[in-house]
Design a protein around this ligand. Structure first.
Ligand code: ZN
Length: 402
């Protein structure tokens, strides 16, 4: 495949180079060459995407969602999290396996159409969902939340099966819901599995202030300190939300190389009260990715919205427009998202040797003038501007059609 005459190419490589009028040659599923005027003879399969009026960039990476809930969109607006959980959990119990898989397919199609090429999706029926992602040609990380020790063998089997198949587009993750909804034995078992197979372990943390009081009352420790005492925190640990953290807890995350998923729209919609101390987390050097969370608390899968709202929210919160740049925001949605999912050797930037996960953005009327291409991508573009989506070297969306 040849992506011809990219008007702008946001590489997201180490130097964050923005190239103009270059071609990208893709061989099999890998980026083979980036140069001007690559001859069509080199393009074995003759597939060409013309990009003279496009911005070409790495596909976005959604580090937190639950696609199986897609049909519950709009059923529970304007509720506080614990009330929201009660209502939504009741409705989730009514979903059949077929509905969950249909919801997942609808969610994949929406997210990918809007430019996301890797989705970390956590829900029931992990194996069937993994097969669905594989069939649709979409890269994913998949977990099924472990609620009790009885679920551990099934989770282990899932991890083993996916790790055996090197061509699989899906990477397994081990997940528990949250400290308040699980127990210590489950958390310890998750740590063991994650260490044994070198896969990520994920937990929702600090989404409400109430969780802090409950954990402190029960354990005498702050939530992050408590996780650290169990041995949960290291480079394989992924914590989602992280709104209610102290500076000491942030330092612990940095020291242990724990990763964080920031879901600003979901947090605002559920009125989690505080605002994630993103700038303090960045200053300590913790790796951060962006997530939409499910459409029940968002209510869509257009990660371009998170890309815009993240800098806006934190500028406003800190009374300082300088605290976060468009480049830093774009890093969260691409290369840093890849680091969060431990996939940064394969994806997250457009560089020779990496997997070809690439999107093209139409330079439409509202994208003109292009005085600053980065600024336009972060503050001006939206998911509808995405024209083509290439995942693992294959065209998944062509001219805005999945
Ligand atoms: Zn979640």
């Amino acid at each position: 495949m040849l992506i011809k005459n990219c008007r702008y190419l946001l590489t997201q490589n180490k130097n964050r180079d923005v190239l103009e009028n270059v071609d990208i040659l893709i061989m099999d599923n890998l980026i083979a060459r980036i140069a001007e005027n690559i001859h069509e003879k080199e393009n074995n399969d003759k597939v060409i995407i013309f990009a003279e009026n496009k911005i070409v960039m790495p596909g976005l990476i959604n580090t937190h969602t639950h696609l199986g809930m897609h049909s519950l969109k709009g059923i529970c607006d304007d509720k506080e999290l614990h009330e929201w959980l009660d209502k939504v959990t009741t409705e989730e119990k009514k979903l059949t396996k077929e509905q969950v898989l249909q919801n997942t397919e609808n969610g994949i199609k929406e997210a990918v159409r809007f430019g996301t090429t890797t989705i970390y999706d956590s829900y029931k029926y992990a194996l069937e969902r993994a097969e669905l992602f594989q069939r649709l040609g979409v890269r994913a990380c998949i977990s099924e939340t472990v609620h009790s020790l009885q679920n551990i063998p099934k989770a282990e089997q899932f991890v083993e099966m996916l790790l055996q198949d090197k061509k699989h587009l899906v990477t397994p993750i081990i997940a528990a819901h949250a400290i308040f909804s699980t127990n210590e034995d489950v958390l310890k078992a998750i740590i063991d599995l994650s260490e044994k197979y070198n896969v990520i372990r994920r937990l929702h943390l600090g989404e409400t202030r109430r969780e802090r009081f409950e954990v402190q009352q029960k354990t005498g420790k702050l939530p992050v300190e408590y996780l650290h005492s169990l041995g949960f925190l290291n480079e394989r640990a992924l914590l989602v939300h992280c709104i209610w953290l102290t500076k000491g807890e942030i330092k612990l995350l940095a020291k242990t190389q724990t990763k964080v998923s920031h879901n600003p729209i979901s947090n605002m919609k559920l009125a989690s009260g505080g605002i994630m101390p993103l700038i303090e987390i960045m200053e300590e050097g913790v790796v951060i990715g962006l997530g939409t969370d499910s459409v029940v608390s968002n209510n869509n899968l257009d990660l371009f919205e998170e890309l815009k709202i993240t800098p806006l929210l934190h500028k406003q919160y800190r009374w300082d427009p300088k605290v976060i740049t468009p480049q830093e925001a774009l890093d969260f949605a691409t290369i840093d998202g890849a680091k969060v999912l431990m996939l940064d050797k394969e994806i997250g930037s457009i560089e020779v040797g990496k997997k070809a996960d690439i999107i093209t953005i139409d330079i439409a009327q509202h994208m003109i003038p292009l005085n600053n291409v980065l600024s336009n991508i972060v503050y001006c573009a939206n998911g509808n501007d995405v024209c083509d989506v290439v995942i693992d070297g294959k065209i998944i969306v062509k001219d805005k059609q999945f």
